[in-house]
Design a binder for this molecule. Structure first.
Ligand SMILES: *Cc1c(COP(=O)(O)O)cnc(C)c1O
Length: 380
């Protein structure tokens, strides 16, 4: 059997050009100095992606490594850290903060919508003694996009640094690291960039660097320590052997992304998906703050996720996912990020879903796929 089409919110489909780059013969990245030029060049492309002049690092490891590396490098014993929590990834940051001796203080303004700026403003008026704050750009489990453009400058006005997990947003939604004053923005290779799993990247501001450099205690980690990378280009030295195949693939994946008006492509697809879901009489989990990369649709009463998933896999060879934590088997996530975000993919996915829902006895006001196409063609 051929591998199923993965229309999940990451890992995503990999373009054949990127796959080819992955399979090309490679040099020894420790010894061959040309590798340092490749790494530098890819960091330059990531700066373009993130809209920043800040230094960028690529680390070997899945996206979670970036979240932990940021917290590990910034946190010292007793530091108060504001954890902005409107979903599973947001809440998870508290564990990383605690693990490195920090004291997480959680801010919540509801799980069904984007972070509420007015509530955050009020909260900060009373309490703003934080070294840094953690923010999730797109809460992938719920499909909610947070207004990072407002959150980060607000925190900066109190001198609070920000760590932004943009793993599932960057490449599909706008990110402007310098304009939004983000201290550490981090992402991963396998979501909207559609490169293989295994890399995380971070942009690090001058303030973040100064905070790490002026720590009173050493960073409790080596692999996770962002300082380990200091002067890598001048010294032609990395703290560990870099996965050259993955970096080469990421290089090509970024070229593929840049060859296209990628934010607009994601936006048009996402809007058409949401419109189709609503027209069919189904519900989207998010009430406010819609991501361009993933839509979480509430599973209607009486329908069962596992049955729907099996129907779509058996009849269309498409793999779909539900969500995690409190949303497991409550929502279906329509992954429209990276290479997955095409008219053809969403059409076939929604056709399969329409059939699967009807087989489950769900009454739809219209077919999802035909409605999607109508909406898509309005904006194309
Ligand atoms: C995918 C993702 C990560 C990486 O986590 P995994 O569970 O290993 O996939 C981190 N943050 C966000 C918001 C993500 O979507």
């Amino acid at each position: 059997m051929t591998a199923p089409k993965i229309l999940t919110p990451g890992p995503t489909d990999i373009n054949t050009k990127t796959l080819k780059a992955l399979s090309e013969p490679q040099t020894n990245p420790d010894i061959d100095l040309s590798f340092y030029e490749l790494y530098k060049n890819v960091c330059g492309k990531l700066q373009r992606l993130l809209n920043t002049q800040n230094d960028v690092l690529i680390m070997a490891g899945e996206g979670i490594l970036g979240l932990e590396a940021a917290c590990c490098s910034l946190t010292e014993e007793g530091d108060r850290v504001l954890v902005i929590d409107n979903g599973i990834f947001g809440a998870g940051f508290a564990d990383f903060v605690s693990l490195y001796g920090g004291t997480p203080v959680t801010f919540k303004s509801g799980y069904e919508k984007e972070v509420d700026i007015d509530s955050l403003k009020k909260f900060l008026e009373n309490d703003h003694n934080f070294k840094y704050a953690t923010v999730v750009h797109c809460e992938t489990p719920s499909g909610i996009l947070n207004p990072v453009d407002k959150i980060c400058p607000l925190l900066k006005s109190y001198g609070i640094m920000t760590v932004v997990d943009s793993v599932s947003a960057t490449g599909g939604d706008e990110i402007k690291v310098d304009r939004w004053k983000i201290d550490i923005a981090l992402g991963a290779s396998q979501k909207a960039l559609s490169a293989p799993v295994g890399l995380t990247y971070l942009s690090i501001s001058a303030d973040a660097k100064a905070a790490i450099d002026s720590r009173k205690t050493p960073v409790k980690g080596f692999y996770l320590n962002l300082v380990s990378f200091k002067n890598w280009y001048e010294n032609k030295w990395f703290p560990y052997t870099m996965p050259i195949h993955l970096i080469n693939a990421l290089d090509t994946a970024l070229d593929v992304l840049f060859s296209d008006d990628y934010i607009n492509r994601h936006k048009i697809i996402a809007e058409a998906v949401r419109a189709a879901v609503k027209s069919a009489g189904l519900k989207i989990y998010a009430q406010k703050g819609f991501s361009n990369t993933v839509t979480a649709m509430i599973i209607p009463e009486g329908a069962d996720f596992k049955t729907i998933q099996k129907y779509i896999l058996d009849n269309y060879n498409i793999l779909i996912g539900s969500s995690i934590g409190y949303l497991e088997n409550k929502v279906i996530r329509l992954g429209h990020m990276g290479e997955n975000a095409t008219k053809e993919n969403m059409y076939i996915l929604l056709k399969a879903l329409t059939e699967a829902l009807k087989a489950e006895g769900v009454c739809l006001k219209c077919d999802l796929h035909t409605e999607f196409l109508k909406e898509y063609e309005k904006n194309e």
